[in-house]
Design a protein around this ligand. Structure first.
Ligand SMILES: C[S@@+](CC[C@H](N)C(=O)[O-])C[C@H]1O[C@@H](n2cnc3c(N)ncnc32)[C@H](O)[C@@H]1O
Length: 321
């Protein structure tokens, strides 16, 4: 079902929006290559270019390919936009996001990222679409998702209810609410970006996350611990014995182990930590450790990583003992 377009008078053509676009596509480049370990040139991205398609040149300038961009809009006017002639290889679903998600599944399109620049307040439609996206769409691991939400205008009491259910308090932090929602879906997120901009007189907030299914992580690291548990426990014990701080030098723990610990630490941080806007950094959310034994191990490995950024000093010692 298509509908008439609803857009502000400026048709999303203003400086703060341009900066927002640059920032989102920068995070897509970073997230896909760093976390996903994939090539930008092959990355498939769903987005909502609207009338002017201003995101398209930005995406192309970052190395995304026209044929891998997938556009969606429920408005019939967008189907007639000039960017469709300029970029004929961009696949376009002239439908609601909900229907597009079904079409993506039918067409077996596996997404690497999506920019849900819907600009609506957080409402059931957004949650339903997100739920459907993660249930139906084939997504690559380390999927990168950006969501923009209008601050305010939520149905009265809805955000209070969400806050009450999630245990959040104080000013409503929509990005936190979205992150909590992801957790209810069994998703683990790593925040890349959180920012706001003014659209005429409306405040918009957006977040960009790397997202994984928790089960994928657990499966992956179960395997990892099957291989490296002994070494890891040794590292943890060394830290306990303060011998840890004296380690200097050469040889030993396989580099792949270090890589795995770094990857794992990222996952753990996303699980246990939250973005602190006042410091622009990640900080501990509640300090409560109720994870399984395995997750406890991940957490301790993460602490090692954080405490000991100089991994050169780690390489060799443990493996050689
Ligand atoms: C904020 S605009 C996108 C602006 C664009 N990203 C830019 O940078 O200029 C949002 C677009 O998404 C479309 N849209 C909003 N909700 C949608 C939904 N649930 N399904 C499909 N299209 C939707 C609107 O018609 C509108 O054209």
């Amino acid at each position: 079902m298509t509908t008439a377009i609803r857009e502000p008078k400026n048709q999303y053509q203003f400086e703060a929006k341009s900066k927002y676009r640059e920032s989102v596509w920068d995070e897509f480049s970073y997230g896909i290559t760093t976390f996903g370990d994939r090539d930008i040139a092959n990355a498939k991205v769903l987005f909502f270019p609207s009338r002017h398609g201003a995101e398209i040149p930005i995406a192309l300038s970052r190395g995304f390919k026209e044929e891998n961009l997938i556009a969606c809009d429920k408005s019939e006017e967008i189907a007639l936009s000039s960017w469709r002639k300029d970029y004929p290889l961009i696949k376009f679903y002239g439908n609601t996001l909900s229907r597009t998600i079904e079409r993506l599944q039918e067409d077996s399109i596996k997404l690497d990222a999506a920019n849900m620049d819907l600009c609506s307040p957080l409402c059931n439609q957004v949650y339903d679409d997100l739920r459907k996206l993660f249930e139906l769409t084939p997504l690559n691991d380390n999927f990168v998702l950006a969501i923009t939400a209008l601050k305010g205008r939520e149905a009265s009491g809805l955000t209070d209810t969400v806050n009450a259910l999630t245990g959040l308090s104080g000013p409503i932090d929509r990005i936190q609410i979205i992150r909590r929602f992801f957790m209810t879906l069994g998703l683990i997120t790593w925040g890349l970006k959180k920012d706001e901009y003014l659209s005429t007189n409306k405040n918009m907030v957006y977040g960009v996350w790397v997202i994984n299914k928790k089960q994928w992580i657990i499966d992956k690291y179960n395997l990892f611990f099957g291989r490296h548990k002994a070494s890891l426990l040794k590292i943890i014990n060394l830290q306990k014995n303060a011998e840890f701080n004296q380690l200097k030098g050469n040889g030993g723990v396989a580099l792949s182990l270090i890589d795995e610990i770094i990857a794992m630490s990222i996952v753990i941080q996303s699980e246990r930590k939250t973005f602190d806007t006042s410091f622009g950094n990640w900080c501990c959310e509640d300090g409560i450790c109720n994870e399984t034994e395995l997750f406890d191990l991940y957490c301790r490995a993460m602490q090692i990583y954080v405490n000991w950024l100089n991994f050169d000093s780690l390489i060799g010692k443990v493996g050689n003992k």
